[in-house]
Ligand binder design. Structure first.
Ligand code: ADP
Length: 270
């Protein structure tokens, strides 16, 4: 689809990292941008930055794990702009604590944001995208959605996002609905999510901090931080995918070969 003025893009998790880069990308393409994030302060700063492109912006505090809040985001967007064309289900958390010995809330939190957030987003926005004449949904998964290795709940949630994206893509094709679908599977990208647990809900209490030094050996974090892509580079790949109606967006990364192998398997099936 063509991007530009008159088009409205919604980005969840727009307060930082890839989400902020996506919001800036759609704004620099001339779209109006709705920024949603659970963090107030990051959201306000992000809205200022994105507004500097000279487009209309709307910043809304939303917890994507809460269905009513995501439905409110969709309703407010359509009230304000009269329609919506792009939805980036991008909000995400890594989680903390041991998946098997730690509290079950760790799973519920990660699945709530990463998986349910995407499902709520699709269900709330799909009718509006269709009624706006067609659109595109971008779901931020991860390389960890194609190949497990980082952490239990995170990997599981991102595998689920890949599955949801494939299902949505097939459903849209089968029903000849005018909604494109992309699944973004970044490797290591220079954002806060790889080295911070700042999103861990306070009510879950103190947990042992994640041992980044250990992760350097297990998950290649140092390599990632040294060699990882900048969020803006990832965002420009996503914008191209929306323009060209492409499904997979897989920035180069350690697991590219595995991703490509899976990609071919999926392509053969279709
Ligand atoms: P990355 O861009 O690599 O995914 P970041 O941590 O920089 O990593 O970005 C994730 C964004 O998602 C943050 O701005 C964070 O505040 C936001 N986020 C986390 N949880 C939620 C939630 N429940 N609802 C909305 N946004 C969320």
């Amino acid at each position: 689809m063509e991007l530009g003025s008159g088009k409205v893009a919604v980005v969840t998790g727009a307060g930082s990292g890839i989400g902020l880069a996506l919001a800036n990308g759609f704004a620099s393409a001339g779209c109006s941008v709705v920024l949603a994030d659970v963090q107030d302060d990051a959201l306000a700063a992000a809205a200022d930055e994105v507004g500097a492109h000279g487009v209309e912006t709307l910043a809304l505090k939303v917890d994507v794990s809460k269905r009513e809040e995501v439905e409110g985001l969709a309703a407010t967007t359509v009230d304000r702009f009269g329609g919506v064309h792009v939805l980036c289900n991008n909000a995400g958390v890594v989680g903390a604590g041991d998946p098997w010995l730690g509290p079950i809330e760790g799973w519920e939190w990660v699945m709530g944001v990463n998986f349910w957030g995407v499902v709520h987003g699709i269900r709330a926005f799909l009718p509006h995208l269709v009624m706006s004449g067609g659109g595109h949904i971008v779901n931020t998964a991860s390389m960890a959605g194609l190949y497990p290795g980082l952490a239990g709940p995170y990997d599981a949630s991102k595998h689920a996002v890949v599955a949801v994206s494939e299902n949505l893509y097939n459903s849209m094709q089968a029903a000849q609905m005018p909604v494109g679908v992309s699944c973004l599977c970044p490797g290591w990208v220079k954002t806060g999510i790889v080295d911070s647990d700042r999103n861990w809900p306070a009510e879950l209490g103190e947990l042992p901090p994640r041992d980044i030094a250990q992760e350097i050996q297990i998950g290649h974090v140092r390599r990632a931080i040294d060699e990882g892509m900048q969020p803006s580079a990832v965002a420009s790949l996503v914008l191209d995918a929306v323009r060209d109606d492409r499904y997979w967006v897989i920035p180069h990364g350690d697991w590219l070969e595995i991703a490509l192998e899976r990609w071919h398997r999926v392509a053969e099936r279709q």
